[in-house]
Write a protein that binds this ligand. Structure first.
Ligand code: SF4
Length: 99
């Protein structure tokens, strides 16, 4: 039997213009971090006036394509938790560290 691993939590997200953001918390069920060459953007970021996500949910990192990050193994994030916020893009993984 395969043990389920826990996905890292998004402990804070300061991209307050995102539809999934409430009070600097991400309430999507899971987010994906993408592949831009020079930064690690949150590709779940969605800038519309409607709010979404689930009040009771704190987002997890569902997938991360940033294979060069020291926390990435097999395209999954192994950090204990991550922070997201505006940086090079509207919402970037602030925990990203090149290996
Ligand atoms: S810490 Fe690294 S592996 Fe985890 S989501 Fe951010 S960029 Fe991806």
């Amino acid at each position: 039997m395969t043990a389920m691993m826990e996905m890292p939590r998004v402990q804070e997200c300061t991209a307050i213009d995102c539809a999934y953001n409430q009070h600097e918390g991400c309430h999507a069920f899971a987010i994906t971090i993408g592949t831009e060459a020079d930064h690690a953007s949150c590709t779940t970021f969605f800038d519309i006036s409607t709010k979404g996500g689930l009040d009771a949910v704190i987002a997890q990192v569902g997938a991360c394509k940033r294979a060069d990050c020291r926390f990435n193994a097999e395209l999954e994030c192994r950090a204990p938790a991550i922070r997201v916020g505006p940086s090079r893009d509207m919402a970037d993984c602030m925990t990203y560290e090149p290996a």
